[in-house]
Ligand binder design. Structure first.
Ligand code: NAD
Ligand code: ZN
Length: 353
């Protein structure tokens, strides 16, 4: 299975399915050298599979980061660049981003900036990365905000070998599936109904149907990114649930709340706002029942103050003149950008605590 991505800067393909590493082997022949960037967990579980796919005549080096969000720091970024320089990665080399969204973001940013840009290939290993590995947003975190330093930089190809998903812990399945649900909510009511009908527990996410769900999610993203690579318009729809989501993530401390956990809370918030402000007609109770069955916590701890979270939301890149702009839904599959007044934000926030 594959999805073609067409953006202004580049077109490339996303291959999805079981046992598809052959397509990697063939591709690598055109590069001078390989820098494989991965994290400790993925290194331990799956590194061999990639090493075995590198053609024998090509030299490779492995750079391993701490697992999770800890990979997206200035320090790791600098260290990775230093490593690349020391081992002689040149402008004809390729970086393989082998891991989840954190590795994709870090390695992609290294690729975008190393010697003003060298090739990179995404080899995602999480469900979440069906989102992050496609579309070309790469970057690292700043202590004051998530993803505050980055670039738009498209990969040469994405090879999404779904075998890797079998080792994901439940919490990571949950995190990634939230973005699948996001793609359904912003684009396709039938897709949403299908997910709500077929997935009745988080364990059931890992099934024969998963590659199809991932492909559909990627198609939603591909279409939007194709229209607006650099987020001057419709691409912002992909941030559905992310204004509050990112703020909660930052508030909990990066890594303590997974990206998808934050986004799921943020989506419930955006759905509540959508009902209030843009006439969304949607059975939110059924939706909440469903996500609770899958183990999502959407309630905000009562100790969390709106004002604290509001300060974090204002830092969101989409905010214009300090007023947070939200992606709301007029109906399922029909997003709209809306600046929301503070009293409404506050009142809706406390509906969730
Ligand atoms: P991650 O890379 O931190 O992976 C989550 C955890 O799962 C890590 O501890 C990792 O070591 C482990 N892991 C990865 N693959 C595994 C496997 N196959 N088996 C077992 N464990 C495995 O994060 P993620 O959840 O994939 O992605 C979250 C990150 O992606 C965030 O930093 C977020 O900002 C970013 N993101 C970026 C975009 C984008 O467009 N660039 C979009 C969405 C999210
Ligand atoms: Zn996200």
């Amino acid at each position: 299975e594959k999805v073609a991505i067409f953006t202004d800067s580049k077109s490339y393909e996303v291959f999805i399915g079981e046992d598809i590493l052959d397509s990697l082997h063939m591709r690598l022949n055109k590069y001078s050298k390989v820098l494989l960037v991965t994290d400790e967990t993925v290194n331990r579980l799956h590194l061999n599979t990639i090493i075995n796919s590198i053609p024998e005549r090509i030299d490779y080096e492995v750079y391993t980061t701490p697992s999770g969000e800890k990979a997206k720091t200035f320090k790791v970024y600098e260290d990775c660049i230093s490593f690349a320089l020391k081992v002689g990665i040149d402008r004809k080399s390729v970086i393989l981003a082998f891991g989840g969204g954190a590795i994709g973001d870090l390695a992609g940013f290294v690729a975008a900036t190393y010697m003003r840009g060298i090739a990179f290939i995404q080899i995602p290993t999480t469900i979440l990365a069906h989102d992050s590995a496609v579309g070309g947003k790469v970057g690292i975190n700043h202590p004051l905000g998530k993803n505050m330093v980055g670039a738009f930089y498209q990969p040469d190809i994405v090879i999404y070998n779904t075998n890797y998903l079998n080792t994901l812990p439940v919490r990571q399945i949950k995190s990634g599936f939230a973005e699948v649900v996001k793609h359904a909510l912003i684009a396709d009511v039938n897709f949403l109904n299908e997910l709500m009908n077929h997935v009745q527990s988080i364990e059931e996410v890992i099934s024969d149907k998963l590659p199809t769900y991932l492909k559909r999610g990627i198609e939603v993203k591909a279409k939007i990114v194709g229209l607006d690579e650099r987020e001057s318009g419709v691409r912002a729809y992909l941030n559905f649930g992310h204004t509050l989501g990112h703020a909660l993530e930052a508030h909990a401390g990066f890594g303590n709340l997974t990206h998808g956990e934050g986004v799921m809370c943020g989506m419930v918030y955006a759905l509540l706002l959508s009902k209030k402000l843009v006439g969304l007609d949607f059975d939110l109770d059924s939706f909440i029942n469903w996500i609770e069955r899958l183990g999502y916590q959407w309630k905000i701890p009562s100790s969390t103050q709106f004002d604290t979270i509001y300060e974090l939301m204002k830092r969101d890149k989409k905010s214009v003149a300090n007023k947070p702009v939200f992606v709301l839904l007029k109906s399922i599959g029909e997003p709209v950008l809306t600046a929301v007044d503070v009293p409404v934000l506050r009142e809706t926030f406390y509906m969730m605590s």
